[in-house]
Design a protein around this ligand. Structure first.
Ligand SMILES: Cc1cc2nc3c(=O)[nH]c(=O)nc-3n(C[C@H](O)[C@H](O)[C@H](O)COP(=O)(O)OP(=O)(O)OC[C@H]3O[C@@H](n4cnc5c(N)ncnc54)[C@H](O)[C@@H]3O)c2cc1C
Length: 421
């Protein structure tokens, strides 16, 4: 009788999940495990929690959905709060497991998290799951990853394309003697519920089913994809951009699934610049992930325990009280909803870095806390890129906020939406 434990992190889905598929194929019994790691939920000496209440709520919803889907395969979902290696160790004492399967993460802390499992003396097997390409598929070794995005894109897009999506249909396994654990409350995670403001671009619900629903909606029901390139710099409403980031962030949606749905859409309704552009943006995500993998702790350009002190100027920026309406509107949207458009993110980051001469690392930390779609590589990658510390050989990127406002909010609708209470 073989029992495999699948450790879930940012792969909260059944579709296109190689660790889960391999476990189901090889084991008689599978136990799923998720840990609310105390390094993200505990007190971290910062002015705000690393994971804010809205993101935690979204993760809880995603886990509830995962638990229900796994139950149909007779796979219980065990959940603990603390350190993953400790939670797995406790489980292993009572229900010995023959192997641990998990999806790889590329960022430094996540690699350390997985390294800690080595102390358990249980065979470990990792799988690449959350990007378009496995590192071994790239036409260059990781250390030769180009510095600039355009070179990276040109080197890969005519040479390789994302592999097929793994199916989610598995047969039910032997019933496990292990029971699923109830989900913790936000309070148990040290957080207080924080509702999403009614004006939000989208009030997302977590989980694979919701992610797949949004994917189907944005492509096949609304056909918004065919106008994506023209609308993607919008700022109001749910449809100007895909909003896939919510579900990509914790892996309820696989990027390869999105790619292949785009291809199906193009086959049915025709390809154009917009249908290509969504793939182009997914390549940006890929690029930042690979940079995190290549650079390790250096990707963050700071000691990992870094916490700059929060001063009055930073607090004004964070709370949307700088006096610049375009910046303040965006920062309030973030604080009240857990989301901000890409256009907004570029501008508020540039404003903190260039106009206020503030510490970009604090800005990135606030985004980490407040964004529901926080993704370590995309967040720190974009911040370092804008601060001129990242991949682009060009100088620090500075936006003229007034002309950005004139261009992207010409009638003041966006500013009015968030500044008029
Ligand atoms: C300072 C800053 C911080 C950011 N932090 C995050 C973050 O924590 N998590 C996150 O997912 N994105 C982050 N982004 C990238 C981008 O703003 C969001 O991915 C996008 O706004 C999410 O909305 P969407 O899914 O509707 O995007 P769409 O325009 O529909 O794009 C589709 C997908 O492409 C990817 N993508 C698009 N733009 C970028 C980009 N610039 N960098 C990387 N991937 C991109 C995302 O996965 C996105 O879901 C950040 C950008 C900036 C400038």
């Amino acid at each position: 009788m073989m029992r495999i434990l699948v450790w879930f992190r940012n792969d909260l889905r059944l579709h296109d999940n190689p660790a889960l598929s391999a476990a189901c194929a090889q084991a008689d019994e599978v136990i799923a495990y998720y840990c609310f790691d105390s390094q993200y939920y505990g007190d971290n000496k910062s002015a705000f929690p690393r994971i804010g209440a809205r993101r935690a709520q979204f993760i809880l919803e995603s886990l509830q959905d995962l638990k229900e889907s796994l139950a149909s395969l007779n796979i219980p979902l065990q959940i603990s709060i603390g350190k993953p290696w400790e939670g797995i160790n406790t489980l292993h004492q009572n229900f010995p497991v023959d192997a641990i399967f998990y999806s790889e993460e590329y960022a430094y802390e996540e690699i350390m998290q997985a390294d800690e499992l080595e102390s358990l003396d249980i065979p470990l097997q990792s799988f690449e799951a959350n990007q378009l390409f496995n590192i071994s598929e790239l036409p260059f070794p990781l250390y030769k990853l180009p510095r600039g995005f355009t070179t990276f894109r040109k080197k890969i897009e005519t040479v390789i394309s994302p592999a097929a999506v793994l199916s989610s249909s598995q047969s039910p396994l032997s019933t496990s003697p292990v029971a699923s654990t109830p989900l913790p409350s936000l309070i148990a995670l040290g957080l207080r519920p924080d509702a999403i403001d009614e004006r939000a671009a989208l009030k997302p619900k977590g989980g694979e089913k919701e992610g797949l629903k949004r994917l189907h909606y944005y492509l096949f029901s609304s056909k918004n994809l065919s106008q994506y390139k023209e609308t993607r710099n919008g700022m109001i409403g749910s449809d100007y951009s895909s909003k896939f980031s919510f579900w990509l962030a914790n892996g309820s949606l696989s990027p390869r699934k999105i790619y292949h749905e785009i291809k199906d859409y193009e086959a049915q309704f025709g390809a154009n610049e917009s249908t290509y552009w969504l793939y182009f943006e997914l390549l940006w995500r890929e690029f930042f992930r690979l940079n995190a993998a290549k650079k390790g702790a250096n990707f963050f350009q700071m000691p990992l325990d870094y916490h700059s002190s929060v001063d009055a100027q930073f607090e004004k920026w964070r709370q949307g009280k700088t006096g610049h309406p375009f910046i303040d509107a965006n920062m309030r949207e973030l604080a009240l909803t857990g989301f901000m458009s890409n256009r907004g993110r570029q501008n508020v980051a540039s404003y903190l870095i260039n106009n206020l001469k503030g510490d970009w690392r604090l800005g990135a930390a606030w985004f980490e806390s407040a964004l529901i779609d926080y993704d370590v590589s995309s967040n720190y990658g974009n911040w370092t890129y804008l601060a001129g510390n990242g991949n682009d050989p060009r100088e620090q990127r500075s936006f003229n906020i007034n002309s950005q406002q004139e261009r992207y909010d010409p009638n003041g609708d966006y500013v009015n939406l968030w500044l008029k209470f």
